[in-house]
Design a binder for this molecule. Structure first.
Ligand code: ZN
Length: 250
């Protein structure tokens, strides 16, 4: 499925839709002159939305994203982009994904975590999260005195995790995939996931907020066990690979 690599059909479909052209123009305008020249002379340079997840160091992850114009939400191009984000969310087995992680500086994210995914993790803190599209999301802290420190990772910092302190109770406001405003209260794991994704939309990555000494490579034991052998996957099936390693080590 993902092998279609943002198939030419998808690209053509997006490019024919005004929405995606507007998005691409905005993206192009934010690039430096050197970057634009590099793209121009390299026809194989992929164009967003990517079918892979950008990694830390990519400038797209460090800029505040644009607020989405509500009139664009129900257009085919925008809906295609959301479907594409869900596809990556599923194939990469991740909890959340934001638009800048696929190269688009827009305030859009998807989150969701199933009961089955929770069972794969050995943690009482992790709980199912309803699948939601968050467009132009905002949150209000409901209790500034309660923060929880837990391990956190990110598909844009593949292979590493660290402890991050987050507010335990928040109230969220966002437009859904139909452009309808929704408000709800979130706690614990869901509150953490939402704060993580909203951070992405402001150019913030969890490493900016982590407890530095808690940073760890997810496969460090594997590296020891196999005398320096091991690798970090950036593609689909990453979670399955890590689970396999954890099973080997247990
Ligand atoms: Zn992330």
């Amino acid at each position: 499925m993902l092998g279609k690599v943002l198939s030419s059909t998808f690209v053509t479909k997006c490019c024919t839709v005004n929405t995606m052209s507007q998005i691409s123009r905005r993206y192009a305008a934010k690039k430096t002159l050197t970057q634009r020249y590099q793209d121009f002379f390299n026809p194989s340079f992929p164009k967003p939305p990517y079918n892979f997840i950008c990694q830390i160091g990519d400038p797209i992850l460090r800029q505040p994203c644009d607020v989405v114009d509500e009139s664009l939400i129900n257009t085919p191009g925008f809906q295609d982009m959301i479907a594409h984000m869900w596809e990556l969310h599923r194939t990469h087995e991740i909890l959340g994904l934001s638009a800048p992680q696929i190269g688009l500086p827009l305030q859009v994210a998807v989150i969701g975590f199933t009961e089955a995914q929770c069972k794969e993790r050995d943690s009482k803190y992790i709980a199912p999260i309803p699948h939601r599209v968050l467009i132009n999301p905002k949150f209000k802290v409901l209790d500034h005195n309660i923060k929880v420190t837990e391990s956190e990772g990110c598909a844009s910092v593949c292979g590493y995790s660290a402890e991050v302190s987050r507010f335990a109770h928040i109230q969220v406001e966002a437009l859904n995939e139909k452009g309808v405003k929704e408000t709800w209260k979130a706690s614990g794991f869901e509150a953490r996931a939402i704060q993580h994704e909203i951070d992405h939309l402001q150019g913030i990555i969890f490493v900016d907020k982590m407890e530095a000494k808690s940073l760890e490579c997810s496969v460090w034991q594997h590296v020891n066990l196999y005398k320096g052998q091991g690798y970090i996957s950036f593609g689909p099936g990453r979670r399955t690979f890590l689970s396999k390693i954890q099973r080997l080590l247990s």
